[in-house]
Design a protein around this ligand. Structure first.
Ligand SMILES: NC(=O)c1ccc[n+]([C@@H]2O[C@H](COP(=O)([O-])OP(=O)(O)OC[C@H]3O[C@@H](n4cnc5c(N)ncnc54)[C@H](O)[C@@H]3O)[C@@H](O)[C@H]2O)c1
Length: 387
């Protein structure tokens, strides 16, 4: 195979964007589009000169594609991914890989039976030079032993009009969650990529605090890690102006990631050792400030993940975001919601059956009625992931 023939399933806001990215990807051919909305699929098919399908499975068994990108609403990621493997196709699925851990487990299990197929997730923030540098600083031990982490990511503002548009959004049955499942999977993925998985999660999620929706739009989570450090993760779609500030405290200083910059305030001595040995009573160790240089390399963003997916298929290149790792951000998001709903601290690993059953109860007991919207608009779509 010299070029990978890719079909995109779900060509709404994000899927349309992927069509453009595929066109720009050297060793990929856009081979087909699929959307359950015939008008949407036909329009894209005409625009790109490819065949339209209206059912994912029809496209998968057509022989037209070697790989699929799944950009449908969340619940469909699971059956479409599994069907993809059954048809011998490589799969790149949008985030979150699934609504809940049990579905993610099914996907990972299905892939384990088709290991020769590439299974990737659209976590394009992992290609960002700034976040790659943060990962490198933490993994290399530059900060010393981690003490405390805090990420306030409240610049995911969404209006009521956003939630009202798109029939699947902001309901337990359609989307399966709110800010934790739609806007924040990227940061939750980065969180576990940087800091690993916690052993305990205690969270407070407000359902429909700022919007007329039934899912969470405001979250404060506290997490404890086996290594001893703690973290807080705060997010909201109701605040404006929002904040995006990641602060990492380690034994050798503090890292602040904000406004596209990484600032490292490095201590002259290891803090724990200094605390034990200094005769000074109030003064901490001296510090110096460093702005850590970082820049993007190669192809980044969505296109970067697609190019990497193609390289993995053709050359066996290591994936930037293997979908198997996507289960972790799903589990963390589920833990936060579960902790809040139960009013308890959740210990990991999360019992995926119990959480799936809890979500089932939310769906069954829902009384929320989604407002009627006459037309769906795709305005400002780029603003949805330009964080
Ligand atoms: N990576 C990112 O930066 C990013 C940004 C936005 C959205 N997303 C993700 O992309 C996915 C889609 O979100 P969106 O905002 O594009 O939604 P959307 O509603 O704009 O588009 C979804 C499309 O899928 C179609 N569809 C629904 N079920 C289908 C099925 N079973 N088969 C084929 N087509 C189907 C719908 O008709 C619609 O056209 C979600 O997983 C979302 O979280 C990712």
């Amino acid at each position: 195979m010299e070029k990978v023939r890719i079909g995109v399933i779900g060509v709404g806001g994000m899927g349309s964007n992927h069509l453009e990215s595929i066109k720009k990807t050297e060793r990929a051919d856009l081979a087909a589009v699929c959307d359950i909305r015939k008008d949407v699929a036909d329009e894209k098919a005409l625009k790109y000169g490819v065949k339209a399908y209206y059912r994912g499975e029809d496209m998968m068994k057509s022989g037209d594609v070697d790989a699929v990108i799944i950009a449908t609403p969340h619940y469909d990621h699971t059956p479409l991914t599994i069907a993809g493997f059954e048809h011998g196709l490589h799969v790149l699925t949008e985030k979150p890989i699934a609504v809940h851990k049990q579905d993610a487990e099914k996907m990972v299990e299905a892939h384990s039976m088709h290991k020769s197929l590439v299974f990737a997730a659209m976590f394009q923030m992992r290609t960002d030079g700034m976040y790659k540098k943060v990962k490198q600083l933490i993994s290399s031990g530059e900060l010393g032993r981690l003490m405390r982490v805090s990420w306030v990511i409240t610049n995911w503002f969404r209006s009521q009009a956003y939630y009202d548009g798109g029939g699947w959004r902001a309901t337990w049955s359609g989307e399966g969650g709110g800010v934790l499942l739609n806007q924040c999977p990227h940061q939750i993925d980065l969180f576990q990529w940087f800091f690993g998985m916690p052993s305990k999660v205690t969270a407070f999620c407000s359902l429909g605090k700022y919007h007329n929706i039934e899912v969470e739009d405001d979250v404060t989570a506290y997490m404890e890690y086996p290594e001893g450090h703690t973290s807080t993760f705060i997010t909201s779609t109701g605040e404006a102006p929002g904040t995006n500030r990641l602060e990492v405290m380690g034994d050798r200083g503090r890292l602040v990631v904000e406004d596209g910059k990484i600032l490292f305030t490095r201590t002259e001595a290891a803090v724990a050792e200094y605390t034990r040995t200094t005769d000074k009573r109030f003064e901490g160790p001296g510090t110096w400030n460093i702005e850590i240089p970082c820049h993007n390399e190669g192809i980044v963003g969505h296109q970067g993940i697609i190019a990497n997916f193609v390289d993995a298929i053709l050359d066996g290149k290591e994936l930037i975001a293997p979908a198997e790792e996507g289960i972790k951000s799903v589990e963390l998001a589920n833990c936060m919601l579960y902790s809040s709903l139960e009013g308890n601290t959740v210990e990991l690993p999360l019992n995926s059956t119990k959480f799936a059953s809890k979500l089932g109860d939310l769906i069954k007991n829902s009384t929320y009625v989604k407002p009627e919207v006459s037309e769906e608009r795709q305005d400002d779509f780029a603003a949805s992931f330009n964080k």
